[in-house]
Design a protein around this ligand. Structure first.
Ligand SMILES: C[S@@+](CC[C@H](N)C(=O)[O-])C[C@H]1O[C@@H](n2cnc3c(N)ncnc32)[C@H](O)[C@@H]1O
Length: 246
């Protein structure tokens, strides 16, 4: 699967509208707020990757963070995020850019976030490692990077993954998919959507390969009891807290 094809999905009006609704009506999850406020100081400069229409960046601004740069490779998403920023006269910097090739100097930010499984929407394991390396490069030593993924080890999805295993063993997976755990399925907002669902061990290997230190990981429902609006918008996921070594 080519990264460009995934980008095309995110640029569609229905998909942009979906993430605009998230920015306006869903807001920061309780789990996100809990983690971010524990890890990041109020004056830290924060980089958010895959910001969509601004749900997380706007939420961070509204709870008091003031040094936020947020990036997305879909320029239609960035335009909507900028519109919210201007309407409320917030001071977030929204940039158009690709997490695989960040245009920032080494050691620029005090923390980074790639929320709502966006990192897992980068197709190809080597590409995901490349994004991790880039994020590691632009944050200062000792800084935290928080991201989420779905969880292939989750017991409530065991039957689904057994069915997928049978499909892949028979060579009947979608022809564009290359790694077990990849999914490509129809979403009502805009057609076929790509996402990779890793095992916990796989993420740990990728972090090590990218030079990031694993600090902790936990399921969202272990961190907070999310309201119905959040649970409808986004399934259970695993939060990862990792660090650029000192
Ligand atoms: C699941 S959406 C999350 C949007 C937003 N963070 C939210 O929670 O509402 C993932 C976002 O990541 C962006 N994205 C995916 N791959 C990217 C990449 N390589 N570089 C920059 N943005 C990317 C997509 O355009 C999309 O807006």
């Amino acid at each position: 699967m080519e990264p460009e094809k995934v980008k095309t999905y995110f640029r569609q009006p229905g998909v942009v509208e979906h993430y605009l609704h998230a920015a306006n009506s869903v807001g920061l999850w309780h789990s996100e707020e809990k983690l971010f406020t524990r890890l990041f100081a109020w004056d830290d400069s924060l980089l958010e990757l895959g910001c969509g229409a601004g749900r997380i960046a706007v939420g961070l601004w509204e709870i008091g963070y003031r040094r936020i740069t947020a990036v997305d490779y879909a320029k239609e998403m960035v335009a909507e995020a900028r519109r919210i920023n201007e309407m409320f006269e917030y001071g977030i910097f929204f940039h158009h850019g690709d997490a695989l090739k960040l245009k920032y100097e080494d050691n620029t930010y005090d923390g980074a976030i790639f929320g709502f499984n966006g990192l897992m929407q980068i197709p190809g394991r080597e590409n995901r490692r490349q994004a991790m390396r880039e994020i590691c490069r632009v944050i200062t030593p000792g800084s935290w990077f928080v991201f989420t993924s779905h969880d292939r080890d989750a017991h409530w999805r065991a039957e689904f993954w057994q069915e997928q295993r049978a499909l892949w063993d028979a060579g009947k997976q979608h022809p564009e998919l290359t790694q077990f755990g990849d999914l490509y399925y129809d979403e009502p907002e805009g057609g076929m959507m790509y996402i990779h669902t890793p095992t916990r061990d796989e993420v740990l290997e990728d972090l090590a390969a990218a030079g990031l230190r694993h600090e902790a990981d936990a399921l969202r429902n272990e961190l907070a009891n999310e309201p119905a609006g959040v649970r409808e918008f986004a399934d259970e996921c695993r939060f990862w807290v990792v660090q650029k070594p000192e």
